[in-house]
Design a protein around this ligand. Structure first.
Ligand SMILES: NC(=O)c1ccc[n+]([C@@H]2O[C@H](COP(=O)([O-])OP(=O)(O)OC[C@H]3O[C@@H](n4cnc5c(N)ncnc54)[C@H](OP(=O)(O)O)[C@@H]3O)[C@@H](O)[C@H]2O)c1
Length: 234
């Protein structure tokens, strides 16, 4: 029987690439984000692989919306906790509102999705959760203080979820990519003009598929995805 994956932030970028890869690997999909039009385009592209795909609009910062999302979704065998935002700027120039907004989406939103997924997986005796953190979840970069704090938090949550999920057969992982050629990185690095040598969204999707193929008795806690040709993470 086909298994079901719920992918957050599936309307574009890395989330859309993950959705397409999982569809190609035969997963049924629940796709979520706020932009209904873009979500519907990704859903249509995924359905070409002959799987069942549903799109449900939700803002992951809204607790009730996230609870409704998971109750509508039903059985979720895999959560890809991918939705996230970047707001960039120096710490001494950052407003409290921007700081809070980024933590609300990247930390609280990811927590709400992880919590709802874990509840269901515990009841059903297992599942898998993949959190998309970042290289800035382990390193610091100028102008990325608030974003970096949020991605460190996501990694901390992952490490705890690995321990808490083990006895319920819930495997939890994080992927920490360097710069990926999406709208987000184009915003954060206006100095860059050529994105062709950068990690592509499909490379992150490949890492997700790899984690899903791991044998039952083996796990990988964190994948650090970077360009092999450079010691720079970008
Ligand atoms: N690009 C990079 O260099 C890079 C590197 C490492 C890690 N990451 C991480 O990878 C993930 C995806 O990034 P990306 O580069 O693909 O970014 P992106 O192109 O900006 O896509 C972000 C996705 O998150 C969704 N989203 C944002 N806020 C949301 C909210 N409040 N509720 C629900 N969905 C929301 C967006 O959908 P809607 O706008 O339709 O809601 C969109 O689908 C993020 O967690 C990011 O931090 C990115």
């Amino acid at each position: 029987m086909k298994k079901t994956a719920l992918v957050t932030g599936a309307s574009r970028g890395i989330g859309a690439a993950i959705a397409l890869k999982l569809a190609a690997e035969g997963w049924n999909l629940i796709l979520t984000a706020r932009n209904a039009g873009k979500l519907s385009d990704v859903k249509t592209a995924c359905e070409k692989f002959g799987i069942m795909a549903y799109s449900i609009c939700a803002d992951i910062t809204n607790e009730v919306s996230v609870q409704e999302l998971f109750s509508t979704a039903g059985v979720v065998d895999l959560l890809v906790n991918n939705a996230g935002i970047g707001i960039f700027g120096k710490l001494d120039e950052m407003t409290l509102e921007d700081w809070q907004e980024i933590q609300r989406v990247n930390v609280e939103g990811s927590f709400l999705c992880l919590r709802e997924a874990m509840k269901g997986m515990k009841q059903r005796g297992g599942g898998r959760i993949i959190n998309i953190s970042s290289v800035v979840g382990v390193k610091g970069y100028p102008n990325q203080g608030a974003y970096s704090a949020s991605k460190h938090a996501l990694l901390g949550m992952t490490k705890t979820a690995i321990e808490e999920g083990r006895s319920s057969n819930i495997r939890v992982h994080a992927i920490c990519p360097g710069g990926v050629a999406t709208e987000m990185v184009k915003k954060s690095r206006p100095d860059l003009t050529d994105f062709s040598a950068m990690i592509q969204p499909e490379d992150v999707a490949e890492a997700v598929a790899y984690l899903c193929r791991l044998p039952e008795n083996i796990t990988v806690d964190v994948i650090h995805l970077r360009r092999s040709a450079s010691d720079q993470t970008w």
